[in-house]
Design a protein around this ligand. Structure first.
Ligand code: BES
Ligand code: MN
Ligand code: ZN
Length: 498
């Protein structure tokens, strides 16, 4: 297993004698395009080399003001300059995150003898922009796999021009805790399923709990069966790798709000007897991204010492076909006593979540949020960059949408219409686990809803699209696990803490 360590990051008021590679911005204003954050001395040296008009040179090299378009300019001497488009000058935190991310990702791929030192010239004291820049830089430094000798990646990051206010340091601390949680999710998601399976995933969660001084409880397959977790038991039945339920708790003194986070932790989703195609199965090591997100988020919240009680529940199983596997049409008895007719063994996520949702509801939390790579239908509806959000009331939906907005993650609310109820009717059990192929994300949400009592506010995040990037890396988003949803969960905890 590979694990990524974030580079050092610090704030500085002036640019060092040895800045390494310098990052500056190119923005659009009503008076034309301007370079942001380029020190006079560097500008002078560059103009000399490139014959005057630096902006024209940047554009000739393919650069533009377009957000997150980055180009490299060789400067006289050893140092280099990266100019990245910011878009219009009144940038959002997410624009800064993307722009800085694109610049740092470009640098991270440059050959060198030693890890790169990067100086990012900011010229803003606005905490949300400092946080965005720091997160963009840290997240773009990420890589999974062995380090190549000739491409050593990022060694050190410096943010210059953020002022000296304590708010700047606070923004940096928030960014570091958030990025730490995000890269933890990426590492877990990228680890293949022969190495990360319920038992080893639960052990990794235990290790995380130890590092962040969290409470930890693990149910093994015997405990799950004995205590009536029929969903987890059925989904895990086909695999030699037995299921687990993990609970991590963070309960600081004086906390007034209890947030319960529930994650889908299918370490590999072959589909079970309703087997997926080779193509559909290839990326299914990502199917535990929800569980990874809730575990990493509670650790990040603890790292920040936020005054809010958070309990994370990770429902872990491997969905495999075999002589001991569950079958389509099996009737399962779930943790809350409800019986479920399993209409398709590839709809396994909702079964493990249902058990965990019912279990966590027993603690009467103030809010339950589940996170899951749940349906291909959600990807069809919203694409690969936007996650679905479903809730039973708009107040809860807005809470999540506001946190997502603050965190710079893209969520879109989908309904849970009344008229999906008949699809879940069963002649042989209390409910069926799904319906037809239309509106699959909504039907799944309607099913999950049955396992959280009506009086407990609940939101469901379907991250099937954005959790895993099987295309090329862009901005601060690498190929593979992305860690999407962690930033929103941490921002929500921040908003709800007292
Ligand atoms: N893990 C998949 C959903 C998924 C698909 C996640 C693609 C990420 C990328 C889930 O368990 C699944 O198989 N869902 C089925 C549900 C169907 C059987 C109702 C689907 O979406 O096809
Ligand atoms: Mn499935
Ligand atoms: Zn799945």
């Amino acid at each position: 297993m590979f694990s990524f360590t974030l580079p050092e990051i610090s704030l500085a008021t002036t640019i060092d004698k040895n800045p390494g590679i310098l990052v500056a911005g190119l923005a659009e204003t009503s008076d034309g395009d301007i370079l942001v954050g380029l020190p006079d001395a560097v500008a002078a040296a560059a103009s000399k080399t490139f014959g005057g008009d630096l902006i024209a040179m940047v554009k000739q090299l393919g650069g533009s003001t377009k957000n997150a378009k980055a180009v490299l300019l060789p400067l006289p001497g050893a140092d280099k300059l990266v100019v990245v488009g910011l878009g219009p000058i009144d940038v959002s935190a997410e624009q800064v995150r993307r722009a800085v991310g694109a610049a740092v990702r470009l640098i991270s791929g440059l050959p060198a003898a030693a890890p790169h030192k990067v100086t990012i010239s900011l010229e803003t004291a606005e905490p949300s922009l400092i946080k965005g820049a720091a997160e963009g830089a840290l997240l773009a430094s990420y890589r999974y796999g062995p380090t190549k000798a000739d491409k050593p990646g990022i060694g050190e990051l410096r943010l210059v021009g953020a002022g000296k206010k304590p708010e700047a340091k606070q923004a940096l601390d928030l960014a570091v805790a958030t990025a730490t949680a995000v890269v933890q999710v990426r590492d877990w998601v990228n680890t293949p399923a022969n190495l990360l399976y319920p038992e080893t995933f639960a052990e990794a969660a235990r290790a995380l709990a130890k590092t962040y001084k969290l409470g930890v409880e693990v149910w093994d397959e015997k405990a799950l069966e004995k205590e009536g977790f029929g969903g987890l038991t059925a989904v895990g039945a086909g695999s030699a790798r037995k299921p687990r339920l993990v609970k991590l708790s963070y309960a600081p003194r004086g906390a007034r709000f209890h947030l319960a986070l529930v994650g889908k932790g299918i370490t590999f989703d072959s589909g079970g007897l309703d087997l997926k195609t080779a193509e559909g199965m290839y990326t299914m090591k990502c199917d535990m991204a929800g569980a990874a997100s809730v575990l990493a988020a509670v650790a990040g919240i603890a790292q920040l010492g936020l005054r809010i009680k958070v309990t994370a529940w990770a429902a872990m199983a491997e969905n495999m076909p075999s002589g001991t596997a569950g079958r389509p049409s099996d009737i399962l008895t779930m943790f809350n006593g409800m019986t479920v007719e399993n209409y398709n063994t590839d709809a396994e996520g909702r079964l493990v979540l249902a058990d965990a949702l019912a279990k966590c509801s027993g603690e009467s939390p103030d809010l339950v949020i589940d996170v899951a790579t749940l349906t291909g239908a959600c990807m069809v509806a919203l694409g690969v960059n936007t996650a679905g959000l479903m809730a039973r009331d708009d107040e809860t939906a807005d809470l999540v949408l506001d946190a997502a907005e603050a965190a710079g993650e893209s969520f879109w609310q989908l309904p849970i219409p009344e008229d999906v109820a008949p699809k879940l009717e069963s002649a042989v059990a209390d409910t069926r686990s799904g319906g037809d192929r239309f509106g699959g994300a909504l039907t799944a949400a309607a099913f999950l809803s049955k396992f959280v009592p009506e009086e407990i506010p609940w939101a469901h995040l379907d991250i099937a699209g954005p959790a895993f990037n099987d295309a090329a890396a862009h901005d601060y988003v690498p190929t593979g696990g992305t860690g999407m949803s962690v930033r929103t969960l941490m921002a929500l905890a921040h908003a709800r803490a007292n």
